[in-house]
Design a protein around this ligand. Sequence first.
Ligand code: 5GP
Ligand code: MN
Length: 500
Amino acid sequence: MTTKIIYFTVHGKLERAEFRADCSAADVKDLFRAAAEVGPHHILKMYNPSGSVVNISPRLEANSTESCYRLEVVASDLQSVSVSPQLDNMEYRLHHLESKVLEDVGKSPDIICELKSQVESFKRKLESVKNLSWMGLFKEDGHQQLSAFPPKPKRPQTSEQEERQQVRMRFLNMSSLQVTEEVREHLKTPIFDNWQWEEAEMLVLLQVMFTDLDFLTAFHIELHVLQNFLFQVYCNYNNIPFHNFQHCFCVTQMMYGLIWLADLRNKLGRIDLFIMLTSALCHDLDHPGYNNVYQINAQTDLALRYNDISPLENHHCAVAFGILSKPESNILKNMTSEQYKYIRGGMIKCILATDMARHNEILNKFKMIQPVFNFTNKDHKEVLMKIMVKVSDISNEARPMAVAEPWLDCLLQEFFNQSDTEKLKGLPVTPFMDRDKVCRPSSQTNFIRFVLLPLVTELTEMFPCLEQHILEPVRRALEYYSDMERATEEEEQEEGGPKP
Ligand code: 5GP
Ligand code: MN
């Protein structure tokens, strides 16, 4: 059996760990805990040289001192979780004591004032520990602190605000006329590579999508209002691993590509195309990086506000209409009240349809109407529009491998963040997000086989031209990850059975 040698830094020091490749994941974790000089209740995170989080398991790839990992102690879980109730209890007892003394003496004695100030100071210290706040345990930076309703813009850090203003300036200083015909054509295809473009450029490309579909003339949208709207959309996506502005761009660009590939300009009304593109753009606004199951289990503000019914999708949609409620960014401003009503209804339906809990319900409806589909039937059209947004939303694997693969890293990073938090808070752990259970190939084979492929197969039935552009790449991705899964299994068998 081979021995693995791992080089890593911890607390700024280079260390070397050695373990047998067939030892258990728990043993490997204990080894790294010992190296970090922390106990069993601490949370460790291991980063590879490119900054991605990797699993601390016997499968950790052996490396050299030049490519060493970085081990970080992120938090101590049980202690920090349990401090909070203890503190609450202490505060309560102190308050009780104070009122009793007040009743008897009429004024708080110095000793109680002193104790109160100590408790306050300890609380402040706890709340300002940066590496605890990412878990949402404390007030200031917690992801549970959701914007008020109607959405109140969060006050970003100054540097973040400055960065956004720079993006705005670069965006406004670029003209969509600078976008060449070649890029405009490329933008209409699913092979477009989002990773080549910076944020200001993506904003210009989004502007091109709106202009090249003639939305500005058809709906009397002023260019500066469209630019304000796009910039606000950009500002309202959070800086998180997956559900960020880049994801918003990809989903919108895929929708744009589908509109051209399936020749929808000649099959649907312009207002329907407008609904689909704008819904794609807004579909994950202010996503906190934790899914609906988490929102409901953790009883977050969002789950409370929306009574556990698609809390995130309801929020994304409400944030979108919050942006549209301001005249300076209201691209619906010059529409008739019928048009506004139709667009609002359409966007709500399309955005709410992106809740994956409703995946089978929507796909089955589409399958049923497929044989008798009629573009003049309002209900049929509505289901198709939902399907288009859904396909765009989950279509990374229809893109070239070089574009799709980094997206999987982003998704797993967000998944693992959620399951780490779930473990830390004692909430049910979402199995497909658990870093101890999930690996890249199995995550993709299951997702593609059971979710993505059935969906794109159905859409291709309706638009056969999508076979080459969407269905084929998805099939190839399934083959690629199935091969990888098989190779991993064989490797495990050679090494003496599956690893925990
Ligand atoms: P969204 O949250 O982006 O609106 O909805 C799409 C959901 O589908 C994601 O949160 C994620 O759970 C799932 N999903 C999308 N693309 C992929 C993928 O490539 N692999 C896996 N495993 N899940 C995906
Ligand atoms: Mn999405």
